[in-house]
Design a protein around this ligand. Structure first.
Ligand SMILES: Cc1cc2nc3c(=O)[nH]c(=O)nc-3n(C[C@H](O)[C@H](O)[C@H](O)COP(=O)(O)OP(=O)(O)OC[C@H]3O[C@@H](n4cnc5c(N)ncnc54)[C@H](O)[C@@H]3O)c2cc1C
Length: 385
């Protein structure tokens, strides 16, 4: 067993850390409080130039081909400074990976290089609908073949990066006569296609710089060859890709949790009460000890899942374990960080309140943690009963 990063993985981690410190940290609070979409998008372009948009994507499609472990450590470093940037990176990588796994050669060549190079600010993953959240088989958006075109009608909600995405991976029902989930297919829809309408933007608790929008399909016509993978195989494609995405979200949660406890620990060595630093109090020391221990456990779970995926081994249970544990540990870390700052932690003058808001969603998106528990226990019980 060798638990160290390779030279290349360390280099990627260092590059991400330096970029986060130099470019993301200084504007993260402004992005959160006031918003600055041009600055946010400019940083995405710079990250694309550094090769961060397709870390686990093949070189022939413009990716860095650096693997899943490198992807995980990079997301963590970016999230330490700006969770909104990290989620955009994570979704972009997921979109590239799903096209790489299920797309035709022409589709791979047409779209993946544009995301990796930054020509597209983002790609979007269009699965969730009002009736299809934890249960994606409930997708109701329809795709009907009309001559040499598919006609899409319906709507999606909560779609990350929708206003600036160059391409959307979209799931729609192509056969209504079969049981739920069996007649869903996957399509690629270019941004700006007539009939693809970017709907209402959600006003969220956190991750303010990352746009989350409704998507409407109003007789949206796309070419017949915009179908990705086999007809009616979309549900399998979605489930497979979500497992990989969970490593990204767990890594993101870990980054936010680390940022929070690093800040609070430093603060505890500077804040004086009862004529001494609050770091002298055992209550504070135990919060520090518990939090760093839990985040280290989270890191190891993430590395295990990432390594298994990289090796081509089954990794779905491990990804769910890592996502569930890391995001809950990170939520606890942010809660404790606010507590360690006392009243100051509850004000926007200190970053820990932003971390606490940004981290909350990590236990919800990419499959809620209740769904992760279902996946994990189903896998374990399958081996027993
Ligand atoms: C900021 C943000 C960004 C997002 N980005 C994207 C995106 O880019 N693309 C995309 O497709 N989606 C996206 N989503 C959607 C996200 O993945 C869903 O919100 C999530 O999967 C949960 O679905 P839901 O909100 O409908 O909750 P529901 O499914 O309604 O769940 C409500 C509650 O019921 C519980 N529950 C449901 N079913 C079960 C069960 N079987 N067992 C136990 N408990 C259960 C849940 O755990 C939860 O606590 C995003 C969401 C947000 C908020």
């Amino acid at each position: 067993m060798f638990l160290e990063l390779t030279g290349e993985q360390r280099l990627i981690q260092d590059t991400a850390r330096e970029f986060a410190k130099a470019e993301l940290d200084p504007i993260a609070a402004t992005l959160d409080q006031e918003g600055d979409p041009p600055a946010f998008l400019a940083n995405l372009r710079k990250l694309a130039e550094l090769g961060f948009m397709g870390l686990n994507v093949k070189d022939e499609y413009g990716g860095a081909e650096a693997g899943v472990v490198a992807f995980s450590v990079a997301i963590t470093e970016i999230a330490r400074a700006c969770a909104s940037t990290a989620v955009t990176l994570s979704v972009n990588n997921m979109v590239c990976e799903v096209i790489q796994a299920a797309g035709s050669e022409a589709q791979k060549k047409a779209y993946i290089p544009k995301i990796c190079s930054g020509e597209f600010s983002a790609g979007a993953f269009g699965l969730t609908e009002t009736g299809a959240g934890s249960d994606p088989s409930g997708v109701a958006t329809q795709a009907v073949l009309d001559g040499d075109q598919w006609v899409l009608n319906g709507s999606k909600i909560f779609i990350t990066s929708a206003p600036y995405a160059g391409v959307f991976v979209v799931w729609a029902v192509t056969d209504r006569s079969v049981p739920k989930g069996k007649g869903i297919s996957c399509f690629l829809v270019e941004g700006g296609t007539p009939g693809l309408v970017i709907g209402k933007e959600e006003h969220k608790t956190g991750q303010h710089a990352s746009a989350t929008n409704e998507l409407l399909f109003e007789d949206c016509r796309i070419p017949k060859d915009a179908l990705m993978g086999k007809l009616n195989d979309g549900f399998r494609i979605a489930v497979g890709e979500l497992a990989g995405g969970r490593i990204g979200i767990g890594s993101l949660g870990l980054g936010v949790g680390l940022a929070a406890i690093d800040y609070a620990t430093q603060y505890s060595t500077e804040r004086t009460q009862f004529v001494q630093n609050i770091s002298n109090f055992q209550a504070i020391q135990w919060m520090i000890a518990d939090t760093y221990t839990e985040l280290e456990a989270a890191r190891l779970l993430l590395m295990n899942a990432a390594f298994k995926k990289e090796q081509g081994k089954p990794f779905a249970k491990e990804a769910s374990m890592a996502k569930m544990y890391a995001t809950e540990a990170a939520n606890r870390a942010c809660y404790k960080a606010v507590q360690m700052l006392g009243g100051y932690g509850y004000t926007v003058d200190f970053p820990v309140e932003r971390y606490a808001r940004d981290v909350r969603i990590t236990a919800i998106y990419e499959g809620t943690n209740e769904i992760q528990r279902t996946i994990i226990s189903r896998d374990i019980l399958r081996g027993i009963v």
